[in-house]
Design a protein around this ligand. Structure first.
Ligand SMILES: CC(C)(COP(=O)(O)OP(=O)(O)OC[C@H]1O[C@@H](n2cnc3c(N)ncnc32)[C@H](O)[C@@H]1OP(=O)(O)O)[C@@H](O)C(=O)NCCC(=O)NCCS
Length: 123
């Protein structure tokens, strides 16, 4: 992402990955919306990438919520998120709540994708 999403940080569900020595390796959060959550604020320390930290964070986030999960990402991350079952959604089908954020990043990058991990809603 071009910059971070700092909105509604207090309501998010955060996951922070640390080394055994307590060094922060990466983080991510679920940003809540009325009918779904969004994976947001996902980042791994550049020196720690491709070591499985991102996978561990996403796996934990998906354990924290059992409903539909959306995200907004650049083209080069679609394969990464596809590994977790996220599928591209036509932008005209995105939930209205995501649109302002998508428009913001789309205007910055010129190409932003919406992806969905569709799951049974929580009981
Ligand atoms: C995207 C990001 C979180 C991935 O974190 P990571 O710790 O490097 O990811 P992992 O090592 O857990 O990767 C899991 C798998 O995806 C693969 N992968 C990693 N980055 C990938 C990419 N950009 N495209 C495709 N596959 C990728 C890994 O090789 C690994 O494959 P494996 O399971 O077969 O070994 C990290 O690159 C990052 O912080 N990027 C900058 C911030 C960012 O773009 N955040 C997302 C905003 S939407």
């Amino acid at each position: 992402m071009v910059d971070g999403d700092g909105r509604e940080l207090d309501q998010g569900r955060f996951v922070v990955a640390e080394s055994e020595g307590g060094t922060i390796l990466g983080c991510g959060r679920l940003r809540p919306y009325p009918d779904f959550c969004e994976v947001a604020s996902l980042a791994v320390d550049p020196d720690q990438r491709t070591n499985g930290v991102g996978r561990a964070i996403i796996t934990r986030l998906l354990e924290l919520y059992s409903g539909d999960v959306y995200l907004i990402c650049e083209d080069h991350l679609m394969d990464f998120f596809g590994r977790f079952g996220f599928r591209p959604v036509p932008v005209e089908d995105m939930p209205p709540g995501l649109e302002p954020k998508w428009r913001h990043y789309e205007s910055l990058t010129g190409s932003m994708n919406v992806m969905l991990l569709e799951r049974a809603q929580a009981a």
